[in-house]
Unconditional design. Sequence first.
Length: 188
Amino acid sequence: MGAVVAGLIAGRAARRFSVRAIVAGGLAAVGLSLAALTTLNQSTAYLILGAALLVVGIGAGFSFTVTADVILSSVPKEQAGAASAVSETAYELGAALGIAVLGSIVTGVYRGFAAPPGTPSGAHESLGGAVEAAATMPAHASQEMLASARNAFVSGLSVASAVGATVLLATAVAAWFMLKGQNLENAA
């Protein structure tokens, strides 16, 4: 929802403030939201998680929309289709690689959780696998294993959020310097 609203007003905001302020600011908002997610624990309220993810959407909506506008306005109209294709391919590839890397970090941290003896091997594959494995274990052992699995999952999310925050904040700084003087064409 935040990305849609931000995307709708991003062009006007970039013309009013600057391309570099909107792109760098959007990336910084995403990075700071991910940094906030490093503080998650099992008792974090859904409202806090939702607010952080809303800011991620708003930041992404601003930065991605304006970036696409900059790319399309930097080429002749005859090459707009090719520029759009390259832009979309880069966006999709970046998103897929980001999800793969961050997901691998979560999985790597999660799989290292300490489990009581006799824990089925499927418990280390996913949090869902741990819940299924717990159903086959004695009550005390299953509670211990589930607590450890949940803590490991949250720890994995925290580490992945820290990595994502670092990358996005560095990208925001780079965008600030690289987009100096950049304007959108067809200012209304």
